[in-house]
Design a protein around this ligand. Structure first.
Ligand code: BGC
Length: 603
């Protein structure tokens, strides 16, 4: 019954075509990726590009979350799978992604998109096999791409054999693996997270005739971390995937591991102790691998998850995300500036993970009640667009499909402190489907081509697709797809690829310090600085042209290079009072480097 006793199969499993872990062929290659996507082009990286051995790789990386079930179906079943993802790695390498994050792929009844895990060391049969996962890791690594896996530490599915045993035999080996009580009065100060569906954090189990504790859906009982055996089980399950070669984990819902009466049961010292044990194991046994925390908390609480550089390497910066949306609507940088000013410094070996959207609702937990109402009114006017304390929409529809705003939000994301985490499909501006239940509307199939019904995602009959492919303008596959955008040099996709390439060339974005710059509120102005490299980032948050006026003392006589931006060239710095006009929702990254890389000193 112990998860870690299920060994990884070394033989390919029936029905799975083994994929060679070969190095990619010589570049550049413009070749079709598969017969299903005749027009998708990929320029492969140089052969043997492989992984670098930089232990701080995550500080400079660009991450990309792939909802595997909706990315590419290799078997004609209508569900995306690991082999499908493998067949799209060239695309991700072409785009310029450094690390893929794959949400849970473990066996699961899938009542919460796979976050309801039935076996921590298995693979959901529709998604592939251990051999397929190994191939994915090898093929990604050969392209210089790392892979981190989600891992759900806080709870399991109620279908997990541990829970079944725990219900049936309170005195048995698994009796104490979950949090059981005779009544439902414990921990009254803990909030309910899924407020749209759950009425209590306790649910009565008719078999054991006791209540069990759960922070999420009632079919997701929380593990009992007071039980040392649970900690050992989880450590072993993590080792299992680390042995297979994953480069780290996004640990799901980490604030809730330990409960304590009289507290809100979040961020408790006991929780940090357990997380530090996980980190110590990783450092000792798998140096170079990375842990990313999902802790939807305020900056002063989330920094606790970095410890003294001995807990998480990375943590999502939840509060900055809704403030980027707020700033854009208000045409004012105030909200972003304030939250960044409140964000403590991190230990040297740590990094924020920043994001615009992901597979969940756009969470509005880290804003005030008044701000939440504002954001709901502005971005989710229709009740169907709302879920729990958030908004279940994708980036492009949130931004009225206005490409200037989509580019501006990405430009800010890529330049602000932290490593950006992109969400599949946002690179082409995919839409959502608010008529689907829960968060399914932001998890629809990737639109590779315009060819319906499968849009390059699948050759199956479309009635087999768990989530339909959008086919209505302006977000249908005919309007928004990878192949068309690859062919169009002015597309959002090609723009993003370009700006990612610039970011990759200049490690100041990952490693440099961050300075806010005084400027009119309508412009978010900051610089990133590392040694003699300085990048000034100016972002016009309004729908009107704006004159950005900033101080540039010390750069007189120099002409900055435009690394990326809505303007072609930048004027010379004549006096310290620098002025540059930005178009509506325009942005610019101005580089000064010494010796000048692209910027030129004028005599
Ligand atoms: C995941 C959600 C999931 C929840 C419960 C989260 O933080 O991102 O998708 O529903 O954990 O596992």
């Amino acid at each position: 019954m112990t998860d870690a006793t299920h060994p990884a199969s070394t033989e390919p499993e029936p029905g799975v075509i083994p994929q060679p872990a070969s190095a990619p062929s010589a570049s550049p290659v413009h070749a079709p990726l598969s017969p299903a996507s005749p027009t998708i082009q990929a320029t492969l990286p140089a052969p043997g590009r492989g992984l670098n051995d930089d232990p701080l790789w995550y500080k400079k990386a660009v991450f990309y979350e792939v909802w595997v079930r909706s990315f590419r179906d290799s078997t004609g079943t209508g569900t995306g799978d690991l082999n499908g993802l493998i067949s799209r790695l060239d695309y991700l390498a072409w785009l310029g992604v450094d690390c893929i994050w794959i949400p849970p792929f473990f066996p699961s009844p899938e009542r919460d998109g796979g976050y309801d895990v039935e076996l921590f060391t298995g693979i959901q049969v529709q998604l592939g096999t251990h051999q397929g996962m190994k191939t994915l890791l090898d093929e990604a690594h050969a392209r210089g791409i790392r892979v981190i896996s989600d891992f759900v530490v806080n709870h399991t599915s109620a279908d997990h054999p541990w829970f079944i045993a725990s219900r049936e035999d309170p005195d048995g080996e698994y009796g104490d693996y979950y949090v059981w009580r005779d009544d439902d009065t414990g921990y009254p100060d803990a909030r309910i997270i899924f407020i749209d569906t759950e009425e209590s954090n306790w649910t009565f189990d008719p078999v054991r005739k006791q209540f069990y504790w759960h922070r999420f859906y009632s079919h997701q009982p929380d593990l009992n971390y007071e039980n040392p055996k649970v900690v050992e089980e989880i450590l072993d399950a993590l080792r299992f995937w680390l042995d297979l070669g994953v480069d780290g984990f996004r640990l799901d819902a980490v604030p809730y591991l330990i409960e304590d009466e009289g507290t809100n049961c979040e961020n408790l010292p006991g929780t940090h102790d357990i997380l530090k044990r996980i980190r110590a194991m990783v450092d000792e046994e798998y140096p170079g691998r990375m842990l990313l925390a999902e802790a939807n908390q305020w900056p002063n609480e989330v920094v606790e998850y970095f410890g003294d550089g001995d807990e998480f390497h990375m943590a999502f910066h939840f509060p900055v995300m809704p403030r980027m949306f707020m700033a854009l609507k208000q045409g004012s940088s105030k909200a972003i500036r304030e939250i960044l000013a409140d964000t403590p410094e991190l230990p040297e070996n740590c990094q924020w993970a920043t994001f615009l959207r992901n597979h969940d609702e756009l969470t509005l937990e880290m804003v005030t009640e008044e701000e939440r109402q504002y954001l709901w009114n502005e971005y989710a006017p229709v009740p169907k667009m709302r879920l729990n304390l958030g908004i279940r929409r994708r980036l492009a529809p949130l931004l009225d499909n206005d490409e200037r705003q989509i580019r501006l939000m990405h430009a800010m994301l890529l330049a602000l402190p932290g490593s950006p985490v992109l969400y599949y499909g946002d690179e082409i501006g995919m839409g959502d489907n608010i008529w689907l239940p829960d968060r399914d509307g932001v998890r629809t199939p990737m639109q590779w081509t315009s060819e319906l019904p499968g849009a390059g995602f699948s050759e199956a009959n479309s009635y087999l697709f768990p989530k339909p492919i959008p086919c209505v303008p302006p977000f249908g596959a005919q309007d928004v797809n990878v192949a068309d955008q690859q062919a169009n040099p002015d597309s959002l996709l090609n723009w993003l690829r370009e700006i990612l390439a610039q970011r990759r060339k200049h490690e100041v974005f990952g490693l440099g310090d961050f300075q806010q710059i005084d400027c009119d509120d309508s412009i978010l102005a900051f610089s990133r600085n590392q040694g003699s490299t300085h990048v000034f980032c100016l972002n016009n948050l309004t729908a009107w042209p704006q004159l950005a006026e900033v101080k540039m003392a010390g750069f007189e006589g120099r002409v900055p290079a435009v690394l990326s931006g809505s303007i072609g060239e930048a004027p010379e710095v004549i006096t310290e009072d620098y002025r540059i006009e930005l178009p509506p929702y325009g942005y610019v990254w101005l580089l000064f480097s010494d010796p000048p890389a692209n910027d030129s000193a004028r005599n």
